[in-house]
Design a protein around this ligand. Structure first.
Ligand SMILES: [Zn+2]
Length: 391
């Protein structure tokens, strides 16, 4: 690590690297049209460092120049009924808690716009979504309420777009200068004290405790716990109303309003717990990686047909960390936009579930336990009963 590396959340120098993976694909959900593009895609290194001052965890080897968030960025999880139900439940919660009716909503990093459309549809609101990877015509049916999309990163230059509610889901973890970014949002809100913000990010405490090495990938350069997320917003004069976990503890959600209190910094002090989790992860993760390597080698050596279910970033991180070649035949995904493309890094072809009818896999490795029932049902419908392994 560069001696001068500073925590991008609190500015402290108290950073300690505890996990490294070299040479991983810079992007994991960008659509790769050929196997060659997939395996030769630009790579970078991961060196996760823990800040013992504020609890923030970051990839200090991250180089933002390697990333491109174009329309080829295919991140949506909206094709999963499990995820769809979660998104609807979350939208209904936010609408009811903050009385979001006939309001202006900004979503930063809105992806293909599904969640913003949901907030506008259910609550009768007006929305503006920012995302360079937005694609026109992907929303099913026009929403009855006005939603505008701006194909750009949200920045200072959009500070004159006012909103009653700011929403930012699964975006902050892609941003390197998190302190600067939260500052931009805070300045955009200015003195409008009746504005509410909602942020959703992966929960690093769960990643550390579950030794979930598949949840650490290049696109995610910033990792938060309940405490480190609350402290970042408190430092920018937000009063944090609530921080909670959802989706099997995988996501962290923060609700806040502009305030003045930095005293909230003292709340949710989880730094000692985090430091302990970091040490446990550092100590036990290598054995977990070895165990999975063994599993994949044994699948390959016994000539079993194995597929991975879920072609998102977890699959890329799982396979590029393990580096066991020729163990996995295909990667299955229910998102039709990904079919016929290739997994970044290792180059497996992404196929629809119906492909398995003929391929008849012996083993299916599920990338997220949350989808275990949904995938089990799909396999039943295909009349298949492979051995199922779940991360
Ligand atoms: Zn820090």
């Amino acid at each position: 690590m560069n001696d001068k590396a500073l925590c991008r959340s609190c500015g402290s120098q108290d950073l300690e690297i505890f996990y490294e993976v070299g040479d991983v694909p810079a992007h994991s959900v960008l659509l790769m049209p050929t196997r060659d593009t997939a395996v030769s895609y630009p790579r970078g290194d991961i060196a996760l460092a823990f800040c013992s001052n504020c609890g923030f965890i970051a990839n200090v080897a991250f180089d933002p120049c390697l990333l491109e968030y174009s329309q080829q960025y295919e991140e949506t999880q909206g094709f999963s009924p499990t995820y769809g139900a979660f998104a609807r439940r979350l939208a209904a919660h936010l609408i009811s808690r903050y009385d979001l009716h006939d309001r202006d909503i900004i979503e930063i990093g809105c992806g293909k716009g599904e969640f913003l459309a949901l907030l506008c549809e259910i609550g009768g609101n007006r929305g503006v979504g920012f995302d360079p990877s937005y694609v026109e015509g992907r929303l099913n049916g026009a929403t009855r309420h006005p939603v505008t999309f701006i194909k750009d990163y949200y920045s200072e230059k959009y500070a004159d777009y006012h909103a009653d509610f700011f929403c930012c889901r699964m975006t902050l973890e892609h941003i390197q200068n998190v302190d600067e970014f939260v500052g931009i949002v805070r300045r955009a809100i200015g003195q409008r004290k009746d504005t509410t913000i909602f942020f959703q990010v992966p929960n690093v405490s769960r990643i550390l405790r579950d030794l979930a090495f598949w949840d650490i990938y290049y696109e995610h350069c910033s990792y938060f716990s309940v405490g480190s997320l609350a402290r970042l917003f408190a430092r920018h004069a937000f009063d944090v109303l609530d921080v909670w976990t959802d989706y099997d503890d995988q996501y962290l959600m923060l609700e806040a309003v502009p305030g003045c209190a930095t005293s909230a910094e003292e709340q949710r002090d989880d730094i000692l717990d985090l430091a302990r989790d970091v040490i446990t992860f550092q100590r036990n993760c290598p054995a977990k990686i070895s165990k999975w390597k063994e599993q994949l080698r044994s699948i390959r050596e016994s000539h079993q047909r194995a597929v991975i279910w879920g072609s998102g970033s977890k699959a890329v991180a799982f396979l590029t960390t393990l580096r066991v070649e020729r163990a996995i035949g295909y990667v299955v995904d229910i998102n039709p936009h990904r079919h016929g493309t290739f997994l970044a890094g290792t180059g497996e072809l992404i196929v629809p579930p119906s492909f398995l009818k003929e391929y008849r896999p012996d083993v299916v490795i599920i990338m997220n336990a949350v989808y275990r029932d949904e995938i089990g049902k799909a396999l039943d419908e295909l009349d298949l009963s492979p051995r199922i392994l779940t991360l």
